[in-house]
Design a protein around this ligand. Sequence first.
Ligand code: GDP
Ligand code: MN
Length: 383
Amino acid sequence: MDLFEYQGKQYFARFGIPVSAGGVADTVDEAVAAADASGYPVVVKAQVQVGGRGKAGGVKLAADAGEVRLHAGNILGLDIKGHVVHRLWVEHATDIAEEYYASFTLDRGAKAHLAMVSARGGVEIETVADEEPAAIARMHIDPAVGFSEALARQLVEEAALPAGACEGAVDILQKLYRCYDEGDADLVEINPLVLTKEGQVHALDAKVTLDDNAAFRHPEWAQFRDIDELDDRERLARSKGLQYVGLEGEVGIIANGAGLAMSTCDVVNQVGGRPANFLDIGGGANADVMANALEVINSDPDVRSIFINIFGGITRGEEVARGIVTALGRVSIGSPIVIRLDGTNAGEGREILRTVESDRLLSQPTMLEAARKAVALAEGSER
Ligand code: GDP
Ligand code: MN
């Protein structure tokens, strides 16, 4: 899960990383109120989950309430690389002396954490990384050993940060590592990490990606879940606890297991169709889950046919088939359905499906034949 800057800063603050005082705002009036509370001058910042906001006009300094009004009005609704701004973060502006870069992320290839620090942070960091990779100091961290103060100092020295920034940077790097490690993040990035004119080191931006696999031990992450970023279908799916991603096509997909759901999307593409979604209903393909899945797919106006692809494992074929039949009795479906049922007790399951088959509800023995049928139905069907 990616956090917005303001959420990332809340996360940083929990680990003692210094950030500026500020507030969120969804309207121009709220932006002025947040600015009044933070103290002028302020910086008005677009909250979208994409980099390069500064260059796109999404970060503006404001000296007084009039300027906050002007910038907030311009930034709200702005489209930054396909992300429309619905929310602002307004914080007390910092007097910047220098901009640095600091991050921790997972280097899967090296099977270790990777720390990066540069004295050349700011909006041009990508260019620096491309053209002068040596200007970014890198250090692999063995997760079993951890990141000591001595290692932090070594990294800051390699990055050649000026003497006046060293103590502050060493302190923040250690806190940032805790935020990454104990905080269960896959990425924490501060760009820019600034040295202020007063000589303080301070985080001016926050990019945090939390590791969804650790969500079970962080009930407090629920506050970060952003329903606004989702489209209507995804919001409905989320509310029903389904693993759903909306796509552009016409063939609605229901599969059990993420791997099978992905393969199902691939096969639909392979036979010339386009998946309308990715939907993994997980192991227990019972009537409730199936009815919820069908309801979500049914809510998508682009869907022209539905492909249910189930491989019976622990959940046996006849249970899956009964679940499908019950679900169909509960939800009225707008599109024809093709079912491929295989795996444990598939034969018994298909027997049950045979009792409800029609020209709008077909069973096919293989994934490929089912995909062909679903794509043909999508092409020939109107809703
Ligand atoms: P990004 O472009 O999406 O990475 O947004 P940032 O939050 O990194 O802001 C972009 C740039 O705006 C920074 O590199 C700073 O140069 C500038 N900026 C952000 N906050 C402040 C501030 O409080 N004071 C000043 N003077 N500049 C700021
Ligand atoms: Mn930034």
